[in-house]
Design a protein around this ligand. Sequence first.
Ligand SMILES: [Zn+2]
Length: 472
Amino acid sequence: MADQTRLDAWWRASLERNEGGDPAMDAATYTQLVARFSIPLTTVELFLSREPRLQLWTQGHLVHAVGMEHGRPMSCIALFPQQFQVLEEPPDDDDVDVRILWGPTGTSKSVVLILKGHFLLRKGCGTVFVLQTSRDGAAAAYLVGHQVRETAGQGAGSVQLVNMAEVLDEDVDWTEEGKKTVQAWVEELCQHAQTHGRVHILADEAECDVIAEIYRALKQRHVRFTLWAAGVKLDVPADMERYVRKLTQPLRSPPAVVREVEQADDMKEGTVPAYTRPPVSAPCDGPPVLTVGHYHDEYRGDRQGHEGDYPSQCARCGELVADMLRDLRVGCDDNAPHGQGGLTYSDVFVLGGMDCDTDTPDDDELSPAPFIRGLESRGVPTRKVDHNDTAAVRQLAEMTSGPTQRAAGRGRDEAVTVANENTVWGLERHVVVYLEYDYADTTGRLRSMSRSTAQVIWVKDIRDIDSDSDTE
Ligand SMILES: [Zn+2]
């Protein structure tokens, strides 16, 4: 950041002029000022897939809609030094440009990948391959590809999605055909490199085993390549450790949500890196997490109308959540502050460990059918998304809402999305309703709550733990 150097010089000079300086100006305040002043120099424009996010703690200054460009709605986002450094740092080697972005949820890893892809296309690279390497990475891969293509505005051929999710099995071990599939694709890449000089690959929610296999094969074949991957839980092999860059500043969720995500087991145990202080202090804490109690058993002798083992099996919980959404003015036409339009049903995810696949019968213990019935009985439209329905998952990734989108003719039927938390890994919504699977659920904070840019509604499984342990 050239201007930071100038600011540093100015700061030192002003200290010399005014001996001792201003006692109120400590190092942290100064760093924040530098970040603030530097921001307009490093803004980028991206295709707008959702209404500008982070309204809560950017107060509209760091992310905002900038209107239409060639029929595409665009947003302007400010880059912070941590992201900017990753993008600006030159590769160790002209031929091999590799980066592994590692950090907890909501730290702009996808945004950095999208910008990398956009810069590559703008420099005339022709094609960017966007790779899906994990079973739960479909939405993230599609989102990155879609955003790169729309931001660059260079037509359908500029981004190619490649699905390698099946090369690993459910235990993340190589399948019988797995390595052969990767080798065959590397062969195609070699041919692509012969014609185009170089290959460019992006992979969000990456599995390091697959990334390392591709990296080693391309190096062995002396292909010139760009390989940028990102993930939350990564097992980086020793020969790739030097490419790791950590992104750890929480930029998606307000502090109230970040505090919950930080208590996820994976974060406490360190398999997911810890959050660090955000580059600017949040102007507010965000709305407190709202809770609904699902009375699991004869808790204090009364289930209060609740049914089923899990919140997803309970129509009463659905009704209570519908009431909360109404209190939040979701789906109400008159809820527009500052004339911007308010929350719509498509700003809401209902997530958890339930099974939303179409072949799961409604009376299955993991089906969310009763909860959905409760929501709909109070007039909340819902859309259940099957984990294996590629078209529906892609629609979620590019799903649009808000007045800018409606003006652009991009609005879709408004509905609350009900899905397994793994289906939407990589996506975000303003409101996340988290249906606790049971009281010992340890993944929901990381997998579900972290999708929220503003409000979390936590449907808690309340049970009498003592009597429960007696029966086990
Ligand atoms: Zn309930």
